[in-house]
Each structure stands twice: as structure tokens, then as C-alpha cells.
Design a protein around this ligand. Structure first.
Ligand SMILES: [Ca+2]
Ligand SMILES: [Ca+2]
Ligand SMILES: [Ca+2]
Length: 482
């Protein structure tokens, strides 16, 4: 009897799926990918019992999109500063994203309000992008596919407006998302089991930080994360895009910090690294004109967006890059794990994601990530977490946590002509950061102002780049947005 190959993947009918390599089955190419196509054979977000898992997207809000509207629960808007909120008022029950554009002229005219904010020539629609990665309607012959296929709901919790987000608003949004009480807001009727956050600032999460504002921020994050863990809420946070230390709140105890890789699994050029990182998965590593981008850049994370340059205009699609867009793959996997086994605790989710991860890839031409090699580099368990997200193995863990044994897997070692060309450009051994075009986001912990867009109580989006996709055209090189 001839040996019959088993199906290894489920391919949805969405026309843009061909561009969504981050969802593809793991194979001989795209060594970084989490293999959602394979995981969908096990579960597509439909729970074995109880209600569908809810993922809260703590972000810039949400825009109307035919690929998303049916998947959204009623969320909330926690942006308290009326001017940054850009919707005419403070906190309210409508998490719509009115846009976060900021012209250079507007910035110059209002240094008190916008002096510390980078200009944003086009609104980024950051929350819409992340919601689409997790839950865009899949296999409907329209637009994109999403990591949880069709079974998971998104709770849009708006915490960021123009110039980023205030720590107090993020913490309020985290608490509310997980069903904890928040003064002035009604109880959340749809508490999330998973929260994903793609904002951060270069600051410690030290409860004894000498800066009083940084200390207060650290304490409120720590307290919220403790309470959320006790409530069974798993909090996934992007590590940040500064090519340096893991940002806050990803560096806080209880946050599950995710860094971003290239499609092939080595660290993305911009991604932060360090011991606080729990796991790595692709976040896009697009061409920003930096050294080796021509040789190595991938096409980014294709997801839902809006076509409006300032205010929302029409539903569209975009290719994005940043640790912001790595974290949702992990959050979506956690939701699928909860669909397989709703009884999983926060510790089990974290344990399962780590233990089921694939080993990091070796990339001799780039060298291993280290203190003097923080751009594109070979991830290690001390710089990029336990390994590369493996969605299918994580679901296998979820089905039987106590019996789970990770399969034996050998380390993939990459070499190629483009990698060799990059190594020559960098000069081997690697000489450290070479890219002057990527600037760490604002949010200097030593600024000491206690608030505003550059103080320790302010955090910014972990999006390196987003570019709108025109109909039927491949992803163009990205415009940097900050
Ligand atoms: Ca408002
Ligand atoms: Ca609002
Ligand atoms: Ca679709």
C-alpha cells in the first residue's frame, strides 16, 4: 500500500492570504513562522466548552472594517486627555479610532502639547492592524485571514491617541479589559482572558526607581499585572523597537514579553532584546533603507487597516512591522490554547508557549545576538526568549499540559548569498549597530517631567512602519513613520 501524505495545512480562501507568510505552515522556507496553517487543523478558535475566548486589544481604538465589525465586542475608550484623544472628549464608551496624525506645522504651533511627539504624517490605524491579525474574518473569500480563524472575539480598548498613551490610561484599560473595577467606567460585561499591548517606553519597571514618576508607573503596572494574573488574564506585550533593552511594561513581572523576528527567524533589525523576553515570532522586518535591508528585508505583516490619511476614510489593508505585530501572534495562540482548554491558568499559558517553542535559528553570517550585536542577529535564549512561537505545538500542550513532552527538534542553521552579502556589508565579526535611520522612541526615563509626551508616564506605539497596500499590488517599501 503506497504511503499517503497527510494534509499538513488548512488554506483559507482569503485573497490576500498569499501575502500573509506569517500564518503559513512551518517548512523549508520562512523558518520563523508560527505555523498557524497547521494549528488550524487542531482548532480554529471554537471553544470545546463555554463562551468563545476574548482577546482585548489595548491600542489606538478601532475603525469600521467589514473584516472586523462582526468580530468586535463593545469596548471602551480610556484616553483621558481630551486633546490627545482627538474625539472631542475624555473617557467614553466608544473606542473608535479618530486618527493619530500630527503634522509638523501643528507640532511646531503647539510645543507645549506636541513638542515631545514625533510628527505622524499619516494616521497609523495601529489598533485596527492588530485586531485584524487576531480576528479578521477568515475563509470568507475577502481580504485577509487571521490567526484565530473565526472563533475568537476582540474587545477593543482604546488607550492611545495622538502622541501615544498615558500610563494611567493603559493601566485603567488593562484592568477593565480583564474585568477588574475601574473608577468611572461601567463594569466590562466581556472580560478578556488575553490582553495584548503594543505600546511601551524606555523605562524601568523598578518599584524602587529613584524617579518618583517612573516608580509610580512601575508600581501601578506591577499591581495591575498581579491582579490580572490572579483573575486568570494573560498579558502579552511587545518588547519595543529601540534595538536595545526591553521596554516597560514588557519588562514588568507578569507581562509576557514578545520580541520580533524576520520571516526567517533571526532577530528583526529594530527589535529589543534581553532576559525579560519570553518568546519570539515574526513582526516583519521591512526595508527602511538601512544596511542589509536590500539584501534581507521581508514584506512585513499584512493585515487590516484604513485608507484615511488623517480621519478614517475606507477599509483597507497594510503591511506593518514592529514588535507590536509580533505580540498578536502570541496572543492569538493563547486564545486558541484557551479554546482547546478553557481551564488553563496564566502560568500554564506561559509555560506551554515557552516549552512548545521551536529552537532559535542559527545564523552564522549575522552572528549571535549580544551586547555588541543588536541589529539583525541570531536569537539566543538569553536575548529573544525560549524560542520561536510554534502555534500547533502550543495547542498540543494545551490539550494535555501535564503529559506534554516537546518533540525533538534540531536547530536550523541558515546561510545564503544574501546573508553573506549582508555579512560583508557589516564586516565580520559584527561591529554593532550600523543603522542611523532607526531612532529609539521618545520616553526618556530620566526626563523627570512626570507626564506629557516625553515623561515617564507616557508610552508610544511599537510600530516601526506601516504602509497601505493598494489593490492587487505587492507591498511597497515602507515609509518610516517615526
Ligand atoms: Ca473620548
Ligand atoms: Ca471615544
Ligand atoms: Ca477575510
Amino acid at each position: 500500500m503506497p504511503r499517503r501524505e497527510q494534509p499538513l495545512a488548512v488554506r483559507p480562501s482569503d485573497p490576500r492570504f498569499d501575502q500573509q507568510w506569517w500564518l503559513f505552515a512551518h517548512g523549508a522556507v520562512q523558518h520563523g513562522v508560527a505555523g498557524f496553517e497547521t494549528a488550524w487543523l487542531r482548532n480554529r478558535g471554537l471553544p470545546v466548552s463555554g463562551p468563545a475566548p476574548v482577546v482585548a486589544v489595548l491600542d489606538s481604538g478601532i475603525t469600521s472594517h467589514p473584516e472586523l465589525n462582526a468580530r468586535l465586542l463593545p469596548g471602551y475608550d480610556f484616553v483621558s486627555d481630551t486633546e490627545y484623544a482627538n474625539d472631542g472628549d475624555g473617557r467614553d464608551a466608544d473606542p473608535s479610532d479618530p486618527g493619530n496624525w500630527l503634522s509638523a506645522a501643528e507640532q511646531a504651533a503647539r510645543p507645549d502639547k506636541y513638542g515631545g511627539c514625533p510628527p505622524v504624517p499619516r494616521s497609523t490605524w495601529h489598533g485596527t492592524a492588530i485586531a485584524g491579525q487576531i480576528a479578521a474574518v477568515t475563509d470568507n473569500g475577502v481580504g485577509v485571514a487571521a490567526a484565530t480563524w473565526q472563533g475568537v472575539s476582540v474587545l477593543p480598548v482604546r488607550v492611545a491617541g495622538r502622541c501615544g498613551a498615558a500610563v494611567a490610561d493603559v493601566v485603567a484599560g488593562m484592568r477593565w479589559a480583564g474585568g477588574l473595577p475601574v473608577d468611572g467606567a461601567p463594569p466590562n460585561p466581556y472580560p478578556a482572558r488575553v490582553v495584548v499591548l503594543g505600546y511601551g517606553a524606555a523605562a524601568s519597571c523598578d518599584a524602587n526607581d529613584p524617579d518618583p514618576a517612573a516608580r509610580d508607573a512601575a508600581r501601578s503596572y506591577r499591581q495591575a499585572l498581579r491582579e490580572l494574573r490572579a483573575a486568570g488574564v494573560f498579558v502579552v506585550v511587545g518588547a519595543g523597537n529601540g534595538r536595545g533593552a526591553v521596554q516597560r511594561p514588557a519588562n514588568c513581572p507578569g507581562a509576557f514579553a514578545v520580541t520580533a523576528t524576520h520571516r526567517d527567524g533571526y532577530k528583526a533589525n529594530y527589535a529589543n532584546l534581553g532576559l525579560e523576553v519570553a518568546l519570539a515570532t515574526p513582526g516583519g522586518d521591512v526595508d527602511n533603507g538601512a544596511t542589509c535591508d536590500r539584501e534581507l528585508a521581508d514584506s512585513g505583516i499584512v493585515t487590516t487597516s484604513d485608507l484615511g490619511a488623517t480621519s478614517p476614510a475606507a477599509a483597507g489593508y497594510a503591511a506593518a512591522a514592529g514588535t507590536s505585530f509580533a505580540a498578536p501572534a502570541v496572543a492569538a495562540t493563547a486564545a486558541l490554547m484557551l479554546a482547546v482548554n478553557p481551564a488553563l491558568t496564566v502560568d500554564q499559558l506561559a509555560d506551554g508557549l515557552r516549552r512548545s517553542a521551536r529552537p532559535h535559528v542559527g545564523v552564522p553570517p549575522l552572528g549571535a545576538c549580544a551586547a555588541d550585536n543588536k541589529g539583525r542577529c541570531g536569537c539566543t535564549t538569553t536575548t529573544c526568549g525560549a524560542g520561536l512561537l510554534d502555534a500547533d505545538e502550543a495547542l498540543r500542550y494545551a490539550a494535555a499540559p501535564s503529559a506534554y513532552v516537546a518533540p525533538p527538534r534540531s536547530t536550523v542553521v541558515l546561510d545564503s548569498e544574501p546573508l553573506q552579502r549582508c555579512a560583508a556589508l557589516l564586516g565580520r565579526p559584527p561591529v554593532g549597530p550600523v543603522d542611523p535611520g532607526i531612532t529609539p522612541p521618545p520616553g526618556d526615563p530620566d526626563a523627570g517631567s512626570g507626564g506629557g509626551a516625553t515623561g515617564p508616564l507616557w508610552i508610544v506605539a511599537l510600530a516601526l512602519a506601516t504602509v497601505a497596500l493598494r489593490r492587487h499590488r505587492p507591498a511597497a517599501p515602507c515609509n518610516r513613520e517615526r
